[in-house]
Design a binder for this molecule. Structure first.
Ligand SMILES: Cc1cc2nc3c(=O)[nH]c(=O)nc-3n(C[C@H](O)[C@H](O)[C@H](O)COP(=O)(O)OP(=O)(O)OC[C@H]3O[C@@H](n4cnc5c(N)ncnc54)[C@H](O)[C@@H]3O)c2cc1C
Length: 451
């Protein structure tokens, strides 16, 4: 693309999912950086994992997610509170409030949930233990037909938020553009794929399918594709991606609120749950399943080549992947999850899992959610030979790369705060982060309000 006129910005954001959109919002409203652009390869915002069809639509706080440690729950709660404040002030049409619970079935799960309740109550004082009768009053089908001798217990809270993360991302974009009247330039460039990011003397040059952009700093918020750009610039060579697809089964009017099941230890993906769709509460969604697929985007088979680029093709990389997959718990879980997507028998096998939540659920009630469900880019650390349990951020010279498995959407605003602070410090004076305004609007324990 030599000889092509380039457009110049202070910051380029690559990727228009919830991560990129929330960063654009924070940089445009809470810093004095004047020229920003977000580049998205599809012709709409939030078309991939942040699309309402492709995730579990949950604002995770850590109270009913039994795969979170207390420390992780503390961090996720702080981030979720920030997003909740935004939703309630600026995006009331993007969420639905409702109750949620985590259900323990059988002696050992009940004992584990009792222990967890004591540990988590100080962090989540609104959490209540509810017994069989209370569960039946709220969710009749969770109790109907269940063996009377089978012990059950649930932790319950009224404070559940189902979120349409696509609508939320669109709201971030709208709010960002509202600063254009202050003379800032906020550009959204859709239908344009970034092909290459090249370091230049004073910043970066981005070559895209349409035009060339030059910039002082870059934030790559392209989900698993972020790692391809990181590798190409020599960063994060120790990381690879294990793509874990999640599918959903659908039924009509089965549950009134969100019902989680207890987590299998060691798994970095959330346990299967059932809940009403955020925009169509008559539809109950069961899932997500967890199937390893060699793709970076669901149903986009050409991303198999991209997957190859995110793998670490050396002895250490292959050994790490083998070690993770050959773990007995993960191996059998992944195997079972492959079966869920098979025609005819998949539904029958999944029904057994869903019956843990709704014992009398009928095969005729369930239908496979065709075309829905995204891919969680689980990060493989080839040094520790383990799966990282959450999101990963790689920071380089005036460049940040975000890789965002669940709960990436719930923590997006907190993540944007961290990126914005870092970008301001990368660019240096005269750029600044408006901490006081940020604290008053959204709040965060990391940035303290100053007079
Ligand atoms: C089954 C499932 C259930 C989940 N449930 C939840 C949940 O309940 N709660 C929660 O908080 N999180 C959940 N998550 C995780 C959450 O969906 C993601 O963490 C979040 O959507 C990631 O947002 P993102 O903007 O980083 O990525 P994405 O939404 O994937 O956006 C990345 C964007 O980058 C664009 N892009 C990629 N490459 C390029 C390029 N070269 N040039 C230009 N643009 C590019 C893509 O087109 C895309 O729009 C779930 C995920 C899955 C798969």
């Amino acid at each position: 693309m030599k000889g092509v006129q380039s457009k110049n910005y202070n910051v380029v954001i690559v990727g228009g999912g919830i991560t990129g959109a929330s960063l654009l919002y924070v940089l445009s409203r809470y810093t004095n950086i004047p020229r920003l652009v977000l580049i998205e390869k599809y012709n709409e915002i939030a078309h991939v994992n942040s699309h309402f069809n492709n995730n579990s639509q949950t604002l995770h706080f850590g109270d009913i997610e039994t795969n979170y440690s207390l420390e992780k729950a503390r961090r996720v709660k702080e981030a979720a509170e920030m997003l909740k404040r935004y939703l309630e002030q600026y995006a009331r049409g993007a969420f639905r409030k409702g109750y949620k619970m985590v259900l323990a079935v059988g002696e050992s799960e009940v004992a584990e949930l009792e222990r967890r309740y004591e540990e988590f109550l100080p962090l989540f004082p609104k959490l209540k233990k509810i017994n069989r009768e209370e569960i039946a009053r709220l969710e009749p089908r969770v109790v109907k037909g269940r063996n009377q001798n089978e012990k059950i217990l649930a932790l319950f809270t009224e404070d559940g938020y189902a979120v349409n993360f696509k609508k939320l991302a669109e709201s971030f974009i709208r709010e960002s553009r509202s600063v254009e009247k202050e003379g800032k330039q906020i550009d959204i460039v859709l239908d344009t794929e970034v092909a290459d990011i090249v370091k230049s003397d004073d910043g970066y040059r981005l070559e895209t399918s349409r035009e060339v952009f030059t910039t002082d700093a870059v934030v790559v918020a392209a989900g698993p594709h972020s790692l391809i750009f990181a590798h190409s610039l020599g960063y994060g060579k120790e990381f690879g991606i294990l793509p874990v697809a999640g599918s959903f089964y659908l039924a009509n009017n089965v549950l009134n609120g969100k019902v989680y099941t207890m987590q299998i230890k060691k798994l970095p993906f959330a346990a299967i749950h059932g809940d009403p769709d955020v925009d169509n509460p008559q539809e109950t969604r069961f899932g997500p399943t967890a199937k390893v697929l060699p793709l970076l985007e669901r149903h986009k088979y050409r991303t198999a080549l991209d997957f190859l680029q995110t793998s670490v093709w050396n002895v250490r990389g292959v050994r790490s992947l083998m070690k993770i997959i050959s773990d007995k718990t993960i191996f059998f879980y992944v195997l079972k999850n492959i079966l869920y997507d098979l025609p005819i028998i998949g539904k029958r096998i999944f029904l057994k899992e869903a019956k843990k939540i709704v014992p009398l659920l009928e095969i005729s009630e369930l239908r496979y959610g065709r075309g829905i469900g995204g891919i969680r880019p689980q990060v493989v650390n080839t040094i520790t030979k383990k799966l990282e349990m959450g999101e990963a951020k790689i920071t380089g010279n005036r460049i940040i790369f975000n890789i965002t498995p669940s709960p990436g959407a719930s923590v997006s605003l907190k993540n944007a705060e961290q990126d914005a602070l870092q970008v301001v410090s990368m660019l240096g004076a005269p750029f600044q982060f408006y901490e006081k305004r940020w604290c008053e609007d959204i709040g965060s324990s990391m940035v303290e309000c100053r007079e």
